[in-house]
Design a protein. Structure first.
Length: 427
């Protein structure tokens, strides 16, 4: 089990370096295999998708595309309590993301010049949703609701069938609530390829969003440029900042909430209190024993977990900004005082009663977040992720005359005489 180590010591530096490197290993065989799948789907369309569905998912669905009536029928079999929770979560997500809406704008000048920016939603977006053992209805809400608010023309969802060829009812219920327009039962790299290239039955999309395994992530990476993507997501991660006021039971539970995702997930505690560090070590062992996914969580904690002790919260904040974690919890006596100092994090959870799973499912902020230190320059999925913008200008003849010599000078300095001539002929 993890033992507390000093952040500033050699052992602390080694632990942090191992965690930073966990996403660097590239599986070249996966890259080659995915490239082959993409090429086959590009050439053979639906036929190739069906072959890979049979091979990887175990059975072909009776219907490749589900309509709204199909989704409604499947949703009827879901637990009413689950449906209620999903609807309440969806409303929180809508409320949060409506505040991100953007407007087109236009400005005028006294000389008759008009300039502005036109903002509108993408024409068609593909949402990938895992549907096997890792079926996450919450991801449907997080990906589709911002797209809907952005007024995307059409939202296409791809999700693999279950082993018996049937769709996952909980995923279908979430699709109804989120406003997904069309659903195709297909998964893996072949689904990403079908969305990017289009097939005989699957329409081509402008952007692909949503989580997936290494094959899906690799496919999205290889397809970028053919379509836009949300991000290349790596293993999940959490960093918890805690002082002596924190509750070690809460801290251990929050670390394990990420560790159970994946053996490559990273769960780190950094604290100014040796007492808290020791208590969390004991609590982790206690809580691990009761976890159904103990084997995964234990491996994750052993390989990529850490309990780091530092002298001051200032040091912990600097470490957080350096690591740029996906999820950052601040379990301190006055958590709000640190918000303005934490510049690099996907999502920040303030106080002892704002655990990361609250953000995963319910609070409203998006749970599609940058990983692997990319929070230094990437942002969470948002309404803006589904928008495109065009600028426009209008000059009168008189306004162009005023600007002409400056434009000609700049163009000629760059050696672009045809650019300069485009202005000259109008004079």
């Amino acid at each position: 089990m993890l033992q507390p180590i000093q952040l500033s010591g050699e052992e602390g530096r080694r632990a942090v370096e191992q965690i930073r490197r966990r996403g660097e290993e590239k599986d070249k065989q996966v890259e080659v295999r995915v490239a082959e799948i993409l090429e086959q789907v590009k050439m053979r369309g639906d036929e190739a998708v069906a072959e890979y569905t049979q091979k990887f998912d175990g059975a072909l669905p009776e219907k490749r595309e589900l309509n709204r009536q199909d989704m409604e029928q499947l949703a009827k079999g879901c637990d009413p309590e689950f449906i209620g929770a999903l609807e309440r979560a969806a409303e929180n997500i809508r409320d949060f993301h409506r505040r991100q809406e953007q407007q087109s704008w236009l400005t005028t000048r006294e000389n008759g010049v008009i300039m502005g920016q036109r903002v509108r939603g993408l024409s068609r977006v593909g949402v990938y949703v895992p549907g096997g053992t890792a079926a996450y209805p919450s991801s449907v809400l997080m990906n589709a609701i911002p797209a809907k608010i952005a007024q995307v023309g059409e939202i296409i969802m791809a999700t693999p069938p279950q082993k018996d060829g049937q769709p996952n009812p909980n995923i279908m219920a979430a699709a109804l609530i989120a406003g997904v327009d069309r659903v195709f039962l297909m998964g893996g790299a072949q689904a990403a390829a079908a969305l990017a290239y289009g097939t005989q039955t699957v329409p081509k999309v402008d952007k692909i969003v949503g989580p997936g395994n290494i094959y899906v992530a690799t496919a999205k990476k290889q397809l970028y440029g053919m379509v836009d993507i949300d991000m290349i997501a790596g293993p999940s991660e959490i960093l918890v900042l805690a002082d002596d006021s924190a509750n070690p039971v809460y801290l251990a539970a929050d670390l394990l909430s990420q560790a159970e995702h994946d053996m490559l997930a990273s769960s780190i505690l950094i604290t100014t209190s040796r007492r808290i560090a020791d208590a969390v070590t004991a609590e982790l062992e206690k809580q691990l024993a009761a976890l159904p996914r103990r084997e995964i969580a234990e491996k994750s904690i052993e390989d990529y977990g850490a309990i780091l002790v530092c002298d001051e919260m200032q040091e912990a904040v600097a470490f957080a900004n350096s690591l740029a974690p996906e999820h950052l919890e601040v379990c301190c006596e006055n958590p709000m005082e640190y918000l303005g100092k934490l510049d690099n994090a996907g999502s920040v959870f303030l106080g002892n009663y704002s655990p990361e799973p609250l953000g995963d499912y319910y609070a409203g902020a998006n749970h599609v977040l940058p990983t692997g230190g990319t929070a230094r320059f990437f942002s969470p999925l948002s309404v803006d992720s589904f928008l495109k913008k065009s600028s426009f200008i209008y000059y009168t003849k008189e306004a162009l005359q005023d600007a002409a010599q400056d434009v000609i000078t700049l163009a000629q300095t760059e050696g672009l005489d045809a650019h300069a001539n485009s202005i000259k002929v109008r004079m």
